[in-house]
Design a protein around this ligand. Structure first.
Ligand SMILES: Nc1nc2c(ncn2[C@@H]2O[C@H](COP(=O)(O)OP(=O)(O)OP(=O)(O)O)[C@@H](O)[C@H]2O)c(=O)[nH]1
Ligand SMILES: [Mg+2]
Length: 177
C-alpha cells in the first residue's frame, strides 16, 4: 500500500473544503469557523487551520488530502501542511479573476517549499468553450504549458476524481524517474 500526501490550496473561497468533502470516504476533519470581518459578504465560514480527508484509489494507493486555509492571515499553515507532500492542487475560482494574483502568489510560495508536481483545479468555469478562461489563467499565473489546468465542479465527485487522477499521474511520472 502506497500512501500519498496531497495538499489542496488556493485563494479564499476557491472551493478547497468542498473539493475534499466531495471525495473523502471519511467524514472530513474540518476547521471551519464563522467569519467576522468584511469577507463575510462572500460566505459565512472559512477554514482556519486545515481540512483532512482520505480517498482510496485502488488496493495499492490511498491519498491523504490536506486542505489549507485560503485567507492570507493564516498562511503560516501553508508551510506546515506542505511538509512531506507528494503533490498539490491549486484551486482557483475561474469566475473571480481578481483572485488570480493571489493564486500566483500561492504558487510562487509553494514553489519555494517543494519541487512536488501540481495541477490547477479551476472551479466555476463557464459552460461551453473552456479554452479562453484556461488560457487566461495560464497567462496570469505564469503556468508552464505542461502543467494541467483542469475545469472542476468541486461539488461533483467525478470532477474531483479527475483532478486527483491528473495529479497522481504527474506524481507517478516523477517517482518513476
Ligand atoms: N458553483 C460552484 N460552487 C462551488 C464550487 N466549489 C465550491 N463552491 C461553493 O463556493 C463556496 C466556497 O467553497 P469552500 O469549499 O468553502 O471554499 P474554500 O476554498 O474552502 O474557502 P476558504 O477555506 O474560506 O478559503 C461554498 O459555498 C461552496 O458551496 C464549484 O466548483 N462550483
Ligand atoms: Mg475551506
Amino acid at each position: 500500500m502506497r500512501s500519498f500526501k496531497i495538499v489542496v490550496t488556493g485563494p479564499f473561497s476557491a472551493g478547497k473544503t468542498t473539493f475534499i468533502k466531495s471525495i473523502s470516504e471519511i467524514a472530513i476533519v474540518s476547521t471551519e469557523r464563522a467569519i467576522s470581518d468584511s469577507t463575510r459578504r462572500v460566505k459565512a465560514e472559512t477554514t482556519v487551520a486545515m481540512d483532512f480527508g482520505r480517498i482510496t484509489i485502488s488496493k495499492d494507493i490511498v491519498l491523504y488530502l490536506f486542505g489549507t486555509p485560503g485567507q492570507e492571515r493564516f498562511d503560516f499553515m501553508w508551510q506546515i501542511l506542505s511538509e512531506g507532500m507528494l503533490g498539490y492542487i491549486l484551486m482557483l475560482d475561474a469566475s473571480r479573476p481578481e483572485t488570480f494574483a493571489e493564486g500566483r502568489r500561492i504558487l510562487e510560495f509553494f514553489g519555494t517549499l517543494s519541487d512536488a508536481p501540481y495541477v490547477v483545479g479551476a472551479t466555476r468555469v463557464p459552460e461551453g468553450d473552456h479554452s479562453q478562461v484556461i488560457e487566461k489563467i495560464r497567462e496570469e499565473l505564469n503556468i508552464d504549458g505542461d502543467i494541467q489546468i483542469i475545469p472542476c465542479n468541486a461539488l461533483e465527485k467525478e470532477d474531483v476524481k479527475k483532478v486527483l487522477l491528473g495529479l497522481l499521474y504527474d506524481i507517478l511520472k516523477t517517482l518513476d524517474k
